[in-house]
Design a protein around this ligand. Structure first.
Ligand code: E4P
Length: 237
């Protein structure tokens, strides 16, 4: 499963792009509304940093407006994916955009039926919001499983996929959501900075690093040996 960052903050993308683990990013109108500066500049900068798909959302209510906004957003950067909210208008806009070669991330998908319609409209990504399902006491893992199974299984059984749309786990609130999404077969999960930081931490990792450092420092000659080994390497190797 590939990891995207879910943010409108360039500083966060800079921080996590440096880890080398980001394949893309998602923004939404609420995330961008929290940021100072021109949204176009922000989206372009995020595209440059992640060098992968970056979803930017349309806000019109009708298909014509959505398509016009989607086409315009695509001129910002080659990595922009048009994010379209689920619904009748969104499906019509998705069909038109994808027919013209513009990739779409359909957002606010909460059921297998919505996912089937989204796949039929030609979306590249189907964003299922886990946290918001849990918020209303619906088991997000069960819904994601149903979506993945529905899209990936046909009358001949598992292993005969009939759609190419990728399931993107969104509205991720904690690291357990990430593991669940991966185990259930989602192709992508988009994570807020907080969850990316949480995934990094384990007390045994910190304790292990401390004890290795302590033991190594108990033999100062070993430190000199390693520094000498590094210095002996040809420049640029
Ligand atoms: C997805 O692309 C959305 O931007 C996002 O995951 C929404 O998450 P929230 O429910 O935490 O706002």
């Amino acid at each position: 499963m590939r990891l995207f960052i879910d943010t409108g903050a360039v500083a966060e993308v800079e921080e996590f792009a440096a880890w080398g683990v980001l394949s893309g990013a998602t923004t939404n109108p609420s995330l961008l509304a929290k940021e100072a500066g021109d949204p176009g500049d922000i989206i372009r900068r995020i595209c440059e940093l992640v060098q992968g798909p970056v979803s930017a959302e349309v806000v019109s209510k009708d298909p014509r407006g959505m398509v016009a906004e989607g086409r315009a957003l695509r001129t910002l950067h080659e990595h922009v994916i048009v994010k379209v909210p689920f619904g009748e208008a969104g499906l019509a806009a998705t069909r038109e955009l994808t027919s013209d070669g513009h990739p779409v991330n359909m957002t606010l998908v909460f059921s297998a039926n919505q996912a089937l319609l989204t796949a039929e409209a030609g979306a590249t990504y189907i964003s299922c919001f886990m946290g918001r399902l849990d918020d209303i006491s619906v088991d997000s893992a069960a819904v994601v499983k149903e979506i993945v199974d529905t899209l990936r299984t046909n009358a001949f059984g598992v292993g005969a996929p009939f759609v190419t749309s990728q399931v993107l786990a969104a509205s991720i609130r904690h690291p357990e959501h990430v593991v669940t999404a991966a185990r259930l077969g989602c192709e992508v999960a988009t994570l807020p900075a907080k969850v990316l930081r949480q995934m990094l931490v384990h007390p045994l990792t910190s304790a292990g690093i401390e004890s290795f450092e302590r033991d190594w420092q108990s033999r100062p000659e070993f430190g000199e040996w390693l520094a000498g080994l590094v210095e002996a390497q040809p420049v640029g190797s």
